[in-house]
Ligand binder design. Structure first.
Ligand code: NAP
Length: 494
């Protein structure tokens, strides 16, 4: 396990009876991610023996009917990995309580099912309901000093609304009891960034402006907005992806070595990066940002409608693509561009971080083109790390050498083929909540600092009369995204 669990916490989780209450227990996130993750933790013997798992929603369901829904969702996710024996251990943990979170009286039913257990309240509902859940939990006397709360993104759609939600949470739970999820932090490859940087001596001396020319972080999706149009149209790519996932990746790439893996050591370093981000305001909004919206095109080999067509013809100004040039103004990174890019209906589903090293200062190979070294950390679809190096082509030249860039490749799925591939990020996150470890969760100040930076960009866009530029589905975004990077004599790695 990457994160050491304090002995006091281990002891607590061994002895106290625990209850995990999932609000929104019949929703998409719970059935697709949370219950399958809990099932896999059961499979590996990682759930506390007396943990009770309680799903809640408004629907009137018997325990058995709820368990049947969960079983079907787990079977879909686990496929051939489903085991009747594991299910037989997991099913007795499940309970259901019908609770409309806006009805204070309904919480007494939850109290009966919880039976005075030490509770974790997982709020997998719309953030608009967070306030009602917290208040009614407190009124019903279900919040104890040792209760924890887990909250899903989005926490607000700007700094002000984020602060309002955080104030509500803080009125009931102390910060060390609040677990804010960014599921990217549960991904193996994202945690491996810490190992790559701080469990090896090789990269750290080079990890700075002197050796690194620029950094690219891309999170590309091939899907459109699917059934989430009304949510997405209110958020757009900047709020939905950059504020959380991309800025978390940037923080992990750019942060100083933390003193330890303890939650505040890591988060103190991450927030310094966010605080060092140069605000994008004034003329920089035009120069350093590009936004687009997909129009009809061909994606995944099939014709795909445009974003506005998916909504039924609304003339929305929501961006489905964004590219940014960010500057981290500190001693390590001053002058090193960080290019961030994310979008929907792009040609490939891929998330990767590219560390582009500087060119050699002087070539002794005559007119041969030398490609600068490049470290690529791929998070999906496969977890891979590759390092591009220049090599001599084996041949008998009489006139200098022929050189070629080749890659040192580390395929994590190949190197660890006995491990179950494609773990769900929530397995790690739920395990860390059970162990009271906040290292992989976002602290309030981190989240609000990120929103402050995002709000400045959003305000800049709102003051311009331009709309997102169109890009055909199945392409790498609008031409303005290419102009943004080419202006600095760089190009996107594809
Ligand atoms: P969803 O499919 O719409 O599910 C919402 C759940 O909340 C349902 O179980 C619903 O059941 C319950 N609910 C709604 N109103 C309620 C009320 N007044 N009282 C009690 N329960 C109520 O939503 P979701 O996709 O699972 O998303 C849940 C949260 O996670 C959202 O904040 C979303 O932004 C976030 N999130 C989701 C995903 C994802 O992949 N789905 C990813 C990241 C974050 P009833 O209608 O029966 O009450």
């Amino acid at each position: 396990m990457l994160h050491p669990v304090p002995a006091s916490t281990r002891a607590k989780s061994r002895h106290a009876s625990e209850g995990l209450v999932i609000f929104g227990g019949t929703g998409d996130l719970a059935l697709r991610m949370l219950f399958p993750s809990l099932y896999f933790l059961e499979d590996e013997g990682l759930l506390p023996p007396d943990l009770r798992i309680i799903g809640t929603a408004r629907s009137d369901l018997e325990d058995a009917a709820f368990a049947a829904q969960v079983k079907s969702a787990v079977q879909t996710r686990a496929g051939d990995d489903f085991s009747d024996e594991t299910w037989a251990r997991f099913a007795p943990r499940l309970r259901y309580a019908a609770v409309d979170v806006q009805d204070a009286a309904a919480f007494s039913r939850l109290g009966e099912v919880l039976e005075a257990r030490r509770a974790i309240f997982y709020l997998s509902t719309s953030p608009a309901l967070f306030g009602a859940v917290c208040q009614n939990l407190q009124v019903a006397g279900l919040v104890r000093d040792d209760s924890r709360v887990v909250v899903e993104k989005p926490i607000g759609r700007d700094l002000k609304s984020c602060q309002a939600i955080n104030d509500t949470l803080a009125s009931i739970f102390t910060e060390d009891r609040i677990f804010r999820v960014d599921h990217y932090l549960g991904k193996e490859a994202v945690q491996n960034l810490l190992a790559l940087r701080f469990a090896n001596t090789l990269f750290e001396p080079l990890w700075n402006k002197a050796s690194i020319d620029h950094v690219q972080i891309t999170v590309a999706e091939t899907v459109g907005v699917e059934g989430r149009w009304s949510y997405y149209d209110d958020y757009g790519a900047l709020r939905d992806m950059v504020q959380n996932h991309l800025l978390q990746l940037l923080s992990l790439v750019a942060m100083e070595p933390p003193a330890s893996l303890d939650p505040d050591s890591v988060r103190n370093e991450k927030i310094k990066v966010l605080q060092s981000l140069r605000p994008i305001t004034g003329r920089d909004v035009e120069r350093n940002t590009a936004r687009g919206q997909y129009i009809a095109g061909v994606a995944d080999g099939r014709s795909a409608p445009g974003y506005a067509d998916e909504s039924g013809g609304d003339s929305s100004e929501t961006e489905t693509f964004v590219a940014l040039l960010a500057h981290v103004d500190n001693w390590r990174w001053a002058g090193t561009p960080f290019y961030l890019r994310t979008g929907k209906r792009l040609p490939a589903r891929s998330s990767e971080i590219v560390i582009q090293f500087r060119e050699v200062p002087h070539s002794i190979f005559g007119g041969v083109d030398l490609m600068a070294n490049r470290l690529t950390i791929r998070l999906q679809p496969e977890e891979e790390i590759s390092l591009a190096l220049m090599n001599k082509t084996p041949s008998l030249e009489h006139n200098g050498m022929t050189l070629k860039p080749l890659s040192l490749n580390l395929s994590l799925s190949h190197a660890f083929k006995d491990e179950r591939p494609r773990r769900i990020a929530y397995e790690r996150l739920l395990l860390e909540v059970l162990h009271d470890n906040q290292t992989l969760f976002v602290r309030r100040d981190e989240q609000e600092t990120a929103w402050r930076w995002i709000d400045a960009i959003r305000h800049g866009w709102d003051h311009k009369s331009t709309k997102p530029s169109p890009y055909p589905a199945g392409t790498w975004g609008p031409s303005s995204a290419f102009a943004l990077i080419e202006r600095h004599a760089h190009s996107w790695c594809e």
